[in-house]
Design a protein around this ligand. Structure first.
Ligand SMILES: Nc1ncnc2c1ncn2[C@@H]1O[C@H](COP(=O)(O)OP(=O)(O)OP(=O)(O)O)[C@@H](O)[C@H]1O
Ligand SMILES: [Mg+2]
Length: 358
């Protein structure tokens, strides 16, 4: 077991990690951290976080906040300057390490490296370019498709039995194209949203009921809801689509007999998303869809949220792209992590706030 000593594991981790005291003194750092900040582990042990990053850096602020709240903190998409030299967009995670809560673990992960974490915001531009094409395609395909369906019905009227079968096949396939066009067109829907308070558990129950009655009837469902979860802000029908798509994907990935899907909700006050203009958005509502299926194919993991990415012969590859588009429109985030036997899609959403009239 000497090969897997803590020291080796710590230094082999691809995530730049630091152990720090509550007031920001670095007590340890791993190999990836050493590379990120180009400072040796020994030198870092004599420094504070403010010396490595910057006194006003989000990194220092996040550790400070976590220490103050006595909880864990995650900040997404923040600019991190390293000793004022290079700047990288990073996700910053902080959590307490020991029960006495005197030391914290800090992970500073440049987002370019975070392959397993596809964030919805980065997919917004891809979604937009598909949107314009979608509207045009839907329009151009509908008319000839109606012609094909009509002609196949006429053919069937005077045909012998064998040809009727072929005519039916034409009609069926035309119907399938029609459904695809509907989905693509739906994707292009750009109507502005009128945000309302939405109880996410109602949405999840609706999604689960629809799934259990249809495409996921073979799956064992469990739910673990945090009953005190506040409402989110948005459009219940669009959010229903999000969870239907996630549950459908999970149902398609699991084994016929032993497939399980778990839907879990929780409140996580330490999650913030950096926005333009130094603003941050709190995303405390956390909804996870977890399945025990075969996992996302390794070559797709970094692009699952992009349009037309699919591993299914009948798939459009628009399901997750739509999920990402809807969640981005709600100001939230969606992430995926997957290994064989455990795939987790995490949706993070803001809490509904009544707008103050002035
Ligand atoms: N829970 C999951 N487990 C394993 N792989 C998944 C899971 N969810 C998504 N994937 C992978 O991501 C790909 C893209 O999913 P997406 O929903 O966008 O399209 P699709 O399911 O292939 O097609 P459609 O949604 O149109 O039926 C899938 O083809 C699959 O390879
Ligand atoms: Mg899908």
């Amino acid at each position: 077991m000497t090969d897997t000593s803590f020291e080796n594991v710590w230094n082999a981790l691809p995530f730049p990690s630091f152990v720090v005291t509550q007031d920001g003194q670095i007590t340890d750092a791993n190999g990836a951290a050493e590379q990120l900040v180009s400072t040796s582990q020994r030198q870092m042990r004599q420094k504070t976080l403010s010396q490595i990053f910057h006194e006003n850096s989000v990194v220092v602020g996040t550790v400070h906040q976590a220490a103050k709240d006595q909880g864990s903190m995650t900040q997404y998409n923040v600019d991190v300057a390293i000793e004022n030299k290079t700047t990288a967009v990073c996700n910053v995670y902080v959590s307490f390490l020991n029960p006495e809560q005197s030391k914290l673990l800090l992970v500073v992960q440049p987002t370019g490296v975070a392959q397993k974490m596809s964030q919805s915001l980065t997919n917004l531009s891809a979604a937009r370019s598909v949107t314009a094409m979608a509207a045009m395609l839907a329009h151009e395909i509908r008319n000839p498709l109606a012609g094909i369906t009509g002609a196949s019905q006429l053919l069937a009227m005077n045909a012998n039995e064998e040809d009727i079968e072929l005519a039916d096949m034409i009609a069926q396939e035309a119907k399938r194209i029609g459904q695809l066009v509907d989905r693509v067109e739906h994707f292009g829907d750009q109507r502005p949203m009128d945000p309302k308070p939405v109880n996410i558990h109602d949405v999840l129950d609706r999604a689960q009921r629809a799934a259990a009655a249809g495409y996921a009837s073979h799956v064992n469902f469990t739910v673990e809801y945090d009953p005190s979860l506040p409402d989110t802000s948005g459009d219940a029908d669009q959010l229903l689509q999000v969870f239907q798509n996630l549950i459908k994907n999970a149902a398609e990935a699991v084994d016929e007999k032993r497939g399980t899907i778990k839907v879990r909700t929780s409140y996580n006050s330490g999650v913030k998303l950096a926005m333009q203009g130094n603003k941050t958005q709190n995303l405390p509502l956390q909804i996870e869809v977890i399945d025990n299926g075969r996992g996302v194919p390794a070559n797709l993991i970094s692009e699952v949220f992009d349009p037309f990415v699919t591993s299914k012969s009948n798939g459009t590859g628009l399901g997750l792209s739509l999920v990402s588009k809807i969640i981005a429109a709600h100001g939230g985030l969606v992430e995926c992590s997957s290994t064989e036997g455990r795939t987790v899609f995490v949706v993070r959403l803001p809490v509904w706030r009544v707008k103050k009239e002035n």
